[in-house]
Design a protein around this ligand. Structure first.
Ligand code: ADP
Ligand code: MG
Length: 254
C-alpha cells in the first residue's frame, strides 16, 4: 500500500493501483470499474496474498470482508494448495504437507503478531498474458536478474519455483528502470518485479527490501550502472558488505 504512494510520488512505472479506506468508496469503485482486477494484501511473499478478482461479485465479497472480519495475514488454505502443488512437482516433502495441515488449526506466530488485515482494499490493474515476471535486484551500482515462469493455469510467477537465469532471457529495459528508480529512492538494496503490458512495456508490480538469497546463487553475472555485463558467479550479499566497507572507508578519508 505504501509502495503505491511512494512509487507514484517519484513517477515510477507502477501498474495502476487503487486503494480505498472505506466500504463506500470501495463499492463505488467496484461498480464503475472493469474486471478482472488483482487483489493484494499489504504483506505476503511468493504470491501468497495475491488473487485475481474475476467479476464484480467476487470483488464485492472481498470488499465486505475487508471492511468486516478482515483477512488473515496467513492464507492457510492457499498455503496447503501451494504445498500440494510443490509436492506433485517433487519440490516439497510430506513433512511440509503435515506442517501445512497443522497450520489449518494452529495459526503461525507471524499471523498472530500481524493480526487481521482489514480497513483497506487494494486493487491493481490486471496485466494479462504474462507467462513470467522479471525480478531485478539492485545493490549499490550492480543489478542482477531472474525470470520466474507462472504456475500452471495461473497468472502468478513469484514462488512458482520455475526460475530461469540466462542473461538472454532478461529484458534490459527492466535493468535500466530499476537503476533509475533505485537512485530516486536512494535505496542501497531493492528488488523489483516486472510484468509487461499489451505494448510490451515493462511495469512494476511491486518492490521488496529483502529476498531469498539462495535463489540468486546460479545467476551467471550482473550489470553495472552503465549496463556493462560482468560475467561470473557471485554471492549477492557480499555486495552489501562491500558497499558498507567502502562507505566507511570513504567516511574515514574525509
Ligand atoms: N497487476 C498484475 N498483473 C498481472 N500479474 C501480476 C500483477 N501483480 C502481480 N502479478 C503476478 O503475481 C505475482 C505475485 O505478485 P507480487 O505483487 O509480486 O506479490 P508477492 O509479494 O507475493 O511476490 C507476480 O510475480 C506476478 O507474476
Ligand atoms: Mg513479488
Amino acid at each position: 500500500m505504501a509502495q503505491k504512494y511512494l512509487l507514484e510520488a517519484i513517477n515510477a512505472p507502477l501498474v495502476p493501483t487503487d486503494v480505498f479506506y472505506s466500504r463506500k468508496d470501495a463499492i463505488e469503485y467496484v461498480k464503475n470499474t472493469e474486471f478482472p482486477k488483482v487483489f493484494k494484501l499489504r504483506g505476503g511473499a511468493g504470491s501468497s496474498n495475491v488473487k485475481l478478482l474475476h467479476t464484480k461479485a467476487d470483488a464485492m465479497k472481498f470488499v465486505n470482508r475487508a471492511f468486516g472480519v478482515g483477512f488473515g495475514s496467513y492464507d492457510k488454505w492457499g498455503n496447503l494448495k501451494e504445498v500440494l502443488r510443490k509436492y506433485r512437482l517433487g519440490k516439497s516433502t510430506s513433512r511440509e504437507i503435515l506442517k501445512s495441515l497443522r497450520r489449518l488449526i494452529v495459526s503461525t506466530e507471524f499471523a498472530n503478531i500481524h493480526g487481521k488485515q482489514k480497513g483497506y482494499m487494494l486493487f491493481q490493474k490486471f496485466i494479462p498474458n504474462n507467462t513470467f515476471d522479471i525480478r531485478i535486484i539492485v545493490i549499490g551500482d550492480r543489478a542482477f536478474a531472474i525470470k520466474r515462469m507462472v504456475r500452471e493455469n495461473d497468472f502468478r510467477a513469484s514462488g512458482s519455483g520455475f526460475v530461469r537465469y540466462d542473461r538472454e532471457e532478461m529484458d534490459e529495459r527492466c535493468v535500466q528502470i530499476s537503476f533509475d528508480v533505485q537512485k530516486r529512492l536512494n535505496a542501497s538494496c531493492v528488488a523489483f518485479d516486472y510484468v509487461f503490458d499489451e505494448d510490451n512495456n515493462p511495469l512494476i508490480v511491486e518492490i521488496n527490501y529483502g529476498y531469498a538469497i539462495e535463489v540468486y546463487y546460479p545467476c551467471p553475472g550482473y550489470w553495472d550502472r552503465d549496463l556493462n555485463w560482468h560475467e561470473g558467479k557471485f554471492i549477492s550479499v557480499h555486495f552489501i558488505i562491500d558497499d558498507i566497507v567502502n562507505s566507511l572507508q570513504e567516511a574515514n578519508k574525509v
